[in-house]
Ligand binder design. Structure first.
Ligand code: HDD
Length: 688
């Protein structure tokens, strides 16, 4: 089997079962001709225990559920491939999948939210998991990262405490998938090491527009090892080709109601439509001898290495191009584990990472019910497996031979030890020290990088962060917790602490703490944003009498660049264009909302406009889109009056108006949509 991106597919094909052919049978292959009536004595008599079909059907159903993941329970996954750009990484790692140009390694990626249950909404404020399984020729490599480059805690021994704090409170299991409650913030106020990550969590990074539009990070410092045994520290980064874009808070709340599957659906539909999401893999490399050259510890997962200090080296790209066939079999049963590393990649002494090396295998044993979960199709490596592991629940292999021990003569010594240099070998790091329970002094600075993050934000990003802190702490009922968090924030930035304190009714800090003025432009979503309309959803509001030519021109101009334009009207079916021609309606306004679109366009046509002006859903649609910073466009004089009715200014940032839908108009609208959002608007006063 060649490792050309289809190796995994070929393997999976052996397990795929068709649902659209054959006759109904029991699990034993016995054919069944009635699955609606249980076997009984007489038409109204009791059911019989001997009805094997009834018993089997009910028993299987009773056992359908497995425990959801203790964290990252809700997720969505897809298959694809990774390919390196060239062999330049061979100077630091012997990992073949990273250094063999043209080699396409199959991958499975699962994106997730952390705190919510399997059925929670996608658009909650949370970290997003970004876990990648590379099915390499040398075995599976799992990069189990997040969309934020740091973590809440420095030592894995605190993970149960942190997760208990952020999950719903134990007495009443409230709130679902939300960090805005007392126990999380109580933990935060007492553990200042959380402050850097809390800045990320309160930023728009925690409410991504799409899984396709967020970064991924390996978070920890890992090790590369080259063919000569030399080690280099490495941080892994994924950068989305579509840029890093987020929703706005008010929008996320509404999306959670209108489409709780928003991010999951977006990923599925993009892949189904052939808009394959793509990320570039970048690495930050630090030579072993530079380990102590930084003012933070490389082993501390609450710290980044600023890209201005160690630049990102682009090394390859990942494309997701296939949806799974079955959510449970693939996305639910996929099992990631940090210890799945291949020759050329090794771990470090980061105490958070070390605890994870235990936790992931352990959790799969309860979640997937035994030690053979690696045999589940989605988890199988494409590299061959040969060892003496035997038996256990759900053993799928039929191991042949009369022995299962090493060393042996009975099997001719097989499987033979890989002494030809192809085996995995751990980096022979020199370690010396006393056995103690103590954190290194070099882990003590909890605020400098939180300040760095804050200093790097644009004006609108800062506004959103302050609003998020106010919302979250506003939901905290205990005053001492609110005060404690403000005390911590005072070490991050005085202005931030004061603004938050004022919003939540606690005394602002009196004097400003000494903080630094450094910033890292790479941290801001406002720095060099990718401007593209590809896969952006544009709502076109229409009623009878709409100018069909406007609809066509805008759809062609933006659709031609990959945007998805949909005509919305009061009803499904079609509306009549001003020339009598039918204009097909994609969705009725009652079944959708502005929050599910990136921009709105009102075509000309007096009759259409005056009908829309009387339709509260249509007017609200425009007002709300404007409030959320989206591009709004309107054609013709009558449309201007509709904007006015919707309390939307007829000019200004991201508002495009004009008599004709000429190239000037469509270019301006394209630019406005590509900018993603227009946050310099005075949107707070807009009622929506
Ligand atoms: Fe974790 C799942 C990412 C710290 C213990 N984690 C899980 C998933 C992601 C991460 C993306 C979902 C994988 C999937 O889709 O199946 N976790 C992280 C990152 C961390 C981190 C980036 C910090 C840098 N995790 C962490 C610690 C521990 C765990 C410190 C325990 C000591 N994580 C788990 C777990 C999970 C998990 C309990 C739940 C389900 C699973 O593993 O398979 O073992």
């Amino acid at each position: 089997m060649t490792n050309d991106g289809t190796a995994k597919d070929q393997q999976l094909a052996n397990f795929r079962v068709k649902a659209d052919e054959g006759k109904l049978t029991t699990d034993q292959g016995i054919r069944v001709d009635d699955t609606d009536n249980s076997l009984r004595v007489g038409e109204r008599g009791p059911s019989l225990l001997q009805d094997f079909h009834l018993r089997e059907k009910i028993t299987h159903f009773d056992h359908e559920r497995i425990p959801e993941r203790v964290v990252h329970a809700r997720g969505a996954g897809a298959y694809g491939y990774f390919e390196p750009y060239d062999d330049s990484l061979s100077q630091v790692t012997k990992a073949r999948f990273l250094t063999t140009p043209g080699l396409r390694t199959p991958v499975f990626v699962r994106f997730s939210t952390v705190a919510g249950s399997r059925g929670s909404a996608d658009t909650v404020r949370d970290v997003r998991g970004f876990a990648t399984k590379f099915y390499t020729e040398e075995g599976n490599f799992d990069l189990v990262g997040n969309n934020m480059p740091v973590f809440f805690i420095q030592d894995g021994i605190k993970f149960p405490d942190f997760v208990h704090a952020v999950k719903p409170e134990p007495h009443n299991e409230i709130p679902q998938a939300a960090s805005a409650h007392d126990s999380l913030w109580d933990f935060v106020q007492l553990q200042p090491e959380t402050m850097h990550m809390m800045m990320w969590l309160m930023s728009d990074r925690a409410i991504p527009r799409s899984y396709r539009m967020m970064q991924g990070f390996g978070v920890h410092t890992f090790r590369f090892v080259d063919a000569g045994g030399r080690s280099t520290f490495v941080k892994f980064h994924w950068r989305p080709k579509l840029g890093i874009h987020s929703l706005v808070w008010d929008e996320t709340q509404k999306v959670a109601g209108q489409d709780p599957d928003y991010n999951r659906r977006d990923l599925w539909e993009a892949i189904a439509h052939g808009d394959f999401p793509e990320w570039e893999l970048g690495v930050q490399l630090v030579p072993e001898e530079d380990e102590h050259k930084f003012d933070f510890d490389l082993l501390d997962s609450t710290k980044i290495i600023p890209e201005e200090v160690v630049p990102l080296k682009p090394v390859g790209r990942m494309v997701l191009d296939r949806n799974p066939n079955n959510f449970f079999a693939e996305t639910e049963q996929v099992a990631f584990h940090l210890a799945n590393v291949v020759p050329g990649i090794d771990v470090t002494n980061d105490p958070l990472l070390q605890a994870r090396l235990f936790s992931y295998l352990d959790t799969q044993l309860i979640r997937l019910g035994g030690p053979n979960f690696h045999q589940i199709p989605v988890n199988r490596p494409v590299a061959p497996i040969a060892n003496h592991h035997r038996d256990g629940y759900h053993q799928m292999f039929i191991h042949q031979g009369e022995a299962a021990h090493h060393p042996n003569t009975m099997l001719g010594g097989c499987p033979a030890l890989a002494t030809d240099g192809s085996a995995y070998s751990f980096y022979p790091q020199q370690v010396d020290g006393k056995v103690i329970r103590k954190r290194a002094e070099s882990f003590n600075d909890h605020y400098s990088q939180a300040t760095l993050f804050w200093n790097s934000m644009s004006v609108w990003e800062k506004k959103h962060i302050i609003a998020a802190f106010r919302f979250e702490l506003g939901k905290v009922t205990r005053k001492n917790i609110r005060e404690g968090v403000v005390r911590n924030l005072a070490h991050v930035d005085h202005h931030l602490a004061v603004a938050v304190a004022e919003g939540i009714g606690v005394a602002p800090p009196q004097k400003a703490e000494e903080t630094h003025k450094n910033s890292s432009p790479a941290l801001s979503q406002a720095t060099d944003p990718v401007q593209s309309v590809a896969t952006r959803k544009i709502a076109i509001l229409a009623a009878d009498g709409v100018n069909a030519s406007d609809v066509i021109r805008v759809t062609e101009a933006l659709g031609g660049q990959g945007a998805l334009c949909e005509v919305l009207a009061a009803h499904d079916g079609a509306v009549q264009g001003s020339g009598g021609e039918p204009v097909e309606v994609a969705k009725a306004l009652t079944t959708t909302g502005s929050v599910l679109y990136d921009a709105v366009y009102v075509p000309g046509g007096e009759e259409s406009i005056s009908t829309l002006a009387e339709d509260g859903d249509a007017v609200h649609f425009i007002t709300e889109a404007y409030k959320h910073g989206k591009a709004v466009a309107a054609s013709g004089a009558a449309a201007l009056s509709l904007l006015e009715r919707a309390e939307v200014p007829t000019s200004g940032e991201g508002v495009v108006t004009g008599e004709a839908t000429d190239a000037r108009f469509t270019d301006a609208f394209t630019k406005a949509v590509a900018a993603h959002r227009h946050f310099d608007r005075d949107s707070e006063r807009v009622p929506a």
